[in-house]
Design a protein around this ligand. Structure first.
Ligand code: HEM
Length: 401
């Protein structure tokens, strides 16, 4: 069963938000690049075929610098906010990008992340134990969200009891087009919060990222604004993505009982299954906005210099020229060539951690709740209202079936 066959569109949700794949298939069929317009009328080029997406992500002629992207947008349509107010590695180009990424790279190596398995396991078990006696739970609010949030708080050195505030700031910032006032407020409050925690950490150093960032600042390796940007990126990038993975992977299992049963019988296949979940529902559906710094030929079509470009990871991961039967979830596909973590210079720094969290969380769900079932109907499902991310707002389930 594909997502497109899964029932009518819930009220007030744009069809693209509920199921982007038919549109992405049309964009791929249309040619190597298409031009779309944002609600404000801003033209953006879209690349959605696997080969072209992979090439674009590795091509230094596609810039990321948020300030330059905003200038390009301003020249086209007055008053458009791209939302890149906070400068961090994901919206910077080398050499700033290289310097910022190098500073914290050591926290995310395979070895360092493997050492975090007991922490991820402990958090997972504690969360699932709490759900055991309940008839219905919201798998997103009660599990998929707190798990990566508690992990990233530990890694950064942030007070986990503030996690509800982090979630609402994060939502307001990511959906900035919906409510610009809420966006501005969230950005201000988060910046102030980061400054307060940093001040506290100065007198109470620990083995966490905040302590490392403070030391780097003292050595002149980054500025105060860059610390705030770094923490902002890790807090948001470190949970929004994994929340989406856990929610959509669970939904995919509930929608595909044959695959669910197969995974129970083949538990050793879980790491590879996580790759298939990432391919099937790319948690970051659209890479962050790029722009051309020079004319670029995409499979015979030229994008001139100075154009804004959307690179569709969700489109690439469902490209039938790369993945046979691309719209089917096949947990034994055995192909980790998806682009869900991006590719090239900005490939996800937290990829090992995201995969570890996916593995431990799904193993925990299979162990704790073998009869897990959807509570409510498909039409009750709410998807996050953004074209950039692919995730559920909530997922009501009955843990004991
Ligand atoms: C399943 C989970 C995750 C997915 C699918 C994911 C996806 C991505 C993607 C697609 C990019 C590149 C975006 C682009 O090129 O525009 C990215 C970058 C990044 N991710 Fe992740 N991510 C995940 C988990 C995490 C976690 C857990 C962390 C941190 C704790 C993290 C930190 C970052 C950072 C810092 C970058 C920027 C890298 C750079 O600019 O060089 N991610 N992620």
């Amino acid at each position: 069963m594909t997502a497109a066959e899964d029932g009518p569109t819930p009220p007030r949700q744009a069809p693209f938000v509920v199921d982007p794949y038919p549109t992405l298939a049309r964009i791929r069929a249309n040619g190597p690049v298409s031009i779309l317009h944002s609600d404000e009328g801003l033209p953006m080029w879209v690349v959605a075929r696997y080969r072209d997406v992979r090439a674009a992500l590795a091509d230094p002629r596609f810039g990321q610098d948020a300030r330059r992207a905003q200038e390009l947008a301003d020249r086209r349509v007055a008053g458009v906010t791209l939302g890149g107010d906070m400068v961090h590695m994901l919206n910077s180009d080398p050499p700033d990008h290289t310097r910022l990424r190098r500073l914290i790279h050591g926290f995310f190596t395979a070895r360092r992340v493997a050492a975090m398995r007991p922490l991820v396991q402990r958090i997972t078990t504690a969360l699932l134990d709490e759900l055991a006696d309940r008839d219905t739970v919201d798998l997103v609010a009660d599990f998929a969200f707190p798990l990566p949030m508690l992990v990233i708080c530990e890694l950064i050195g942030f007070p986990p009891e503030e996690r509800a505030a982090y979630r609402s700031w994060s939502t307001a910032i990511l959906t900035h087009g919906d409510d610009p006032a809420a966006f501005g407020r969230a950005l201000r409050e988060l910046t102030e919060h980061i400054a307060v925690v940093l001040r506290r950490r100065r007198t109470d150093p620990r083995d966490d990222l905040l302590t490392l960032l403070l030391a780097a600042r003292d050595q002149g390796q980054l500025t105060d604004d860059e610390i705030v940007g770094m923490v902002f990126l890790l807090l948001i990038g470190g949970h929004e993505t994994t929340v989406n993975l856990l929610g959509t992977a669970t939904l995919a299992l509930l929608r595909h009982p044959d695959q669910h049963a197969w995974l129970r019988r083949n538990r050793a296949a879980l790491p590879a299954a996580v790759d298939e979940f990432l391919r099937y529902e790319s948690p970051v559906s659209m890479a962050t906005l790029r722009f051309t710094t020079a004319p670029v030929d995409v499979d015979g079509v030229e994008i001139p210099a100075g154009e804004l470009v959307l690179v569709s990871l969700g489109g690439a991961n469902r490209d039938p020229d790369r993945f046979p039967d691309a719209d089917r979830l096949l947990l034994d596909r055995g192909d980790a060539g998806h682009l869900a973590f991006g590719h090239g210079t900005h490939r996800c720094l937290g990829a090992f951690l995201g995969k570890l969290e996916g593995e431990v969380a799904l193993a925990g769900l299979l162990d704790h709740f073998p009869a897990l079932a959807l509570a409510g109907t498909e039409t009750d499902l709410r998807w996050r209202n953004t074209i950039m991310l692919r995730g559920l707002e909530s997922l009501p389930v009955a843990p004991r079936g």
